[in-house]
Write a protein that binds this ligand. Structure first.
Ligand SMILES: C[S@@+](CC[C@H](N)C(=O)[O-])C[C@H]1O[C@@H](n2cnc3c(N)ncnc32)[C@H](O)[C@@H]1O
Length: 298
């Protein structure tokens, strides 16, 4: 396995503590990605355990398969949107499960593969689809949405205060020439922003890129639907872990868990989200914005 497939799992110890995987258990990794968490889960539920790994990205599933193929447990890898987690679990006829992990967003493998078009740093086609069978790409969105829609996407999914400037700049650039690549878009966005923005900790195009990615993949509604269905799939005593990387996802996780707690369905372990230690962040910068919430089915 080469460097190319490296994806360090985020908050691995904390996830294992909450999920409590043990021999014979049935665990769903709803975002198996590069298999970082899954490899450790597989080790801990052996012998006799079952791991269901879901990802809408078939390329990530291939990587996860490679990593897990030597493991001695039952493994089902499912190339679907986790939005359908209930149906996926029912179809496998495994009954209720012991644990579910959601590690949201994209993996470092997806981010670092320039041709996937997620990255601000590596120039590639303006794509951003997690599922490459999907028709809509970021290029379609950027070149075809009207200015108002673009502005609202950037405002609502990027929480970007300069959403109007950016939308206007995109429309005026594409009137001259279609925007085809990530570096062209980065340039258009960066030029539209006031001087001084470049000195911030994050790249000036980060929020707009996040917004487009969330919109292309319709990410938030999938998280909402899956989290609403998750407690119904868990056994009594089963555990749920959700790792999010931005405030929009974390708000959904927080509110959904709160609602299930109020209805006496879940016990929530994390009053405040668990965040990564300084040591983890220094080894794995992606962990910097990770927030973990965990709960148990009552
Ligand atoms: C942060 S990565 C997971 C990394 C994994 N935990 C690991 O340690 O290697 C998130 C993964 O979830 C997938 N994903 C995101 N949203 C999804 C959805 N709605 N349905 C299925 N997979 C999704 C992405 O394609 C990506 O591979």
């Amino acid at each position: 396995m080469g460097e190319r497939y490296l994806h360090k799992p985020v908050l691995p110890r904390e996830v294992m503590d909450f999920l409590d995987p043990a021999p014979g258990k049935i665990i769903i990794d709803a975002t198996i990605g590069g298999g970082g968490h899954a490899v450790e889960l597989a080790e801990r539920i052996a012998p006799g355990g079952t791991l269901i790994g879901i990802d809408r990205d078939s390329e990530s599933l291939k990587i996860a398969h490679e990593k897990l193929k030597a493991s001695k447990i039952h493994i089902n890898l499912v190339n679907k949107n986790f939005r359908h987690i209930k149906e996926i679990t029912e179809n496998l006829r495994l009954g209720e499960v012991d644990g579910i992990l959601f590690d949201l967003g994209i993996s470092s493998i997806q981010m670092e593969t320039a041709e996937r078009g997620f990255s601000i740093k590596n120039a590639g086609p303006l794509d951003m689809r997690m599922d490459r069978n999907q028709k809509l790409t970021a290029k379609d969105l950027v070149n075809s949405s009207d200015e108002e829609d673009l502005a609202l996407i950037i405002r609502d999914f990027g929480e970007e205060r300069f959403y109007r400037r950016i939308a206007r700049a995109i429309v005026s650039a594409r009137d001259k020439k279609e925007i085809e690549t990530t570096d062209e878009l980065v340039e258009v966005i960066s030029r539209s922003l006031p001087y001084g923005r470049g000195r911030q900790r994050i790249h000036p195009a980060t929020r707009a890129f996040q917004a487009l990615r969330i919109s292309v993949n319709d990410e938030l509604s999938a998280v909402e639907e899956a989290l609403r269905d998750a407690p119904g799939i868990l056994k009594k005593g089963g555990r749920l872990c959700v790792i999010s990387f931005h405030s929009l996802e974390d708000r959904i996780a927080k509110n959904t868990l709160k609602d299930f707690r109020a209805r006496g369905i879940l016990k929530v372990f994390t009053k405040k989200p668990v965040i990564a230690s300084e040591a983890e962040v220094s080894e794995n910068p992606r962990a910097r914005s990770a927030k973990l919430r965990a709960a148990e089915k009552l």
